[in-house]
Design a binder for this molecule. Structure first.
Ligand SMILES: [Zn+2]
Length: 163
């Protein structure tokens, strides 16, 4: 009951008007919960016209598909993507990873070398993309790497800055 002013048995502690209409998601976005990149991701999505994303925000982001800690983690994320497609007719999946991600051991795990780190993330993103494409052939997958200066697209050839 989105429009009724009262919810039985619960006390209102915050007022905020939200759009209640059902929506088609512009993209399912898998990204890390790291607070440091949150605003960059949000601004980037807006700039790309992704105004109604289904956000799948988990530790490691695309790592959960590329190098999951276990089958449960990977399957849970795949199920989230499946639900976004099923419930919100999502046709696009954004896979994101970021610099200094603690789930990879941070930049330190790459000897403090940003280039080495970016190359590793590029192959991780591509592995995650292949998995999504394999499971959901109907969606378009795009991969992005976020650092503290912007967002980079991971193409087959190179990682180039897009925002
Ligand atoms: Zn992270």
């Amino acid at each position: 009951m989105a429009c009724s002013g009262k919810v039985p048995a619960m006390e209102k502690v915050f007022h905020f008007d939200s759009a209640a209409e059902p929506y088609v998601a512009d993209a399912a976005v898998l990204c890390c919960f790291d607070q440091r990149i949150r605003l960059a991701v949000y601004k980037f999505l807006q700039k790309r016209g992704i105004l109604r994303p289904d956000m799948i925000v988990v530790a490691g982001g695309a790592k959960t598909l590329a190098s999951p800690r276990n089958d449960f983690e990977r399957d849970f994320i795949l199920e989230q993507v499946r639900m976004s497609i099923l419930l919100h007719r999502t046709e696009r999946v954004y896979l994101m990873s970021h610099s200094d991600c603690a789930t990879y051991g941070g930049l330190a795990a790459f000897g403090g070398d940003p280039e080495k780190e970016a190359l590793h993330h590029k192959s991780e993103l591509q592995r995650a993309a292949r998995l999504i494409q394999e499971k959901f052939s109907e969606v378009r997958v795009e991969c992005f790497f976020v650092n503290f200066e912007g967002v980079f697209v991971s193409e087959e050839q190179a990682i180039e800055q897009v925002a």
